[in-house]
Design a protein around this ligand. Structure first.
Ligand SMILES: C[S@@+](CC[C@H](N)C(=O)[O-])C[C@H]1O[C@@H](n2cnc3c(N)ncnc32)[C@H](O)[C@@H]1O
Length: 238
């Protein structure tokens, strides 16, 4: 197994299917998005950077709530879908591994990094870059796979960060990092963030009819996602 996820845009080949899947499903529409949107709070009049924006489902919701949206994704097809969905946003192809040279220091009010931390090889550097573009008083909201769920599925040493490969529901091949919760906290700390909240979300009650078994699992087991709101540490990075 290679020791890096690397720069290949894995989602490009199934970007359209991801949009179809995530639009109204249990895990994205009724579990991850409500959680991160609640952590982002009132975004009216704010500039939000949607990092790894996918097909624009978050961007559309944030634009509807009055935010100015800047977004990027490693997958060119995801960026096309975003532009179609949110014509008022500014989207570009960009890899989280690279410096965000096209945004000045302290130029955005919120950064969203939903379900993409797992694909970054040097997470501390990427988080540092997200911190750089955040204004004082701003916040980063991120979600990631729940590490307990990853460990229950894959076993092995929970504390060893490692790359795994999976085939997801529709035959999507994905390669990503398994990492303990402590690593995410350390990476945020090293990047100059203070964790304000950590949520182990439960799905919307209304989602029970979409997927009864999945709904029961997510309301009882730590096998889905978790979400963190972090603020720039005024003392800088460690
Ligand atoms: C699970 S999807 C989440 C999309 C969106 N944030 C959402 O929650 O609807 C993961 C996204 O991360 C993007 N991605 C993965 N690795 C990336 C990287 N290194 N730089 C930028 N985007 C990346 C993928 O192309 C994909 O759109």
């Amino acid at each position: 197994m290679p020791d890096a996820v690397g720069p290949h845009p894995q989602y490009d080949v199934f970007a359209d299917e991801f949009l179809d899947h995530a639009r109204n499903n249990l895990h994205n529409a009724h579990y991850d998005r409500p959680t991160c949107l609640a952590l982002l709070g009132d975004v009216a009049g704010l500039t939000v950077l949607d990092a790894a924006c996918g097909p624009g489902l978050y961007a559309a919701e944030l634009a509807d709530r009055g935010a100015t949206i800047i977004g990027f994704d490693q997958s060119p097809r995801m960026v096309e879908l975003c532009r179609e969905r949110v014509p008022a946003g500014r989207f570009r192809v960009h890899d989280l591994a690279d410096p965000i040279t096209w945004l000045p220091d302290q130029s955005v009010d919120r950064v969203l990094l939903a379900l993409a931390l797992e694909y970054i090889d040097d997470r501390t550097s990427a988080l540092r870059e997200l911190r750089r573009v955040l204004r004082p008083g701003g916040a980063l909201v991120l979600s990631r796979m729940h590490p307990t769920g990853d460990w229950l599925r894959h076993g092995g040493n929970y504390f060893d960060a490692r790359i795994i490969e999976e085939v997801w529901s529709r035959g999507w091949h994905v390669r990503y990092w398994l990492a303990p919760l402590e690593d995410t906290c350390t990476e945020l700390h090293e990047a100059g963030f203070l964790i304000e909240r950590l949520l182990e979300p439960r799905p919307d009650a209304g989602a029970a009819d979409i997927d009864r078994d999945g709904y029961r699992r997510l309301t009882q087991q730590p096998t889905g996602f978790l979400a963190i709101k972090a603020i720039p540490d005024p003392r800088g990075s460690r």
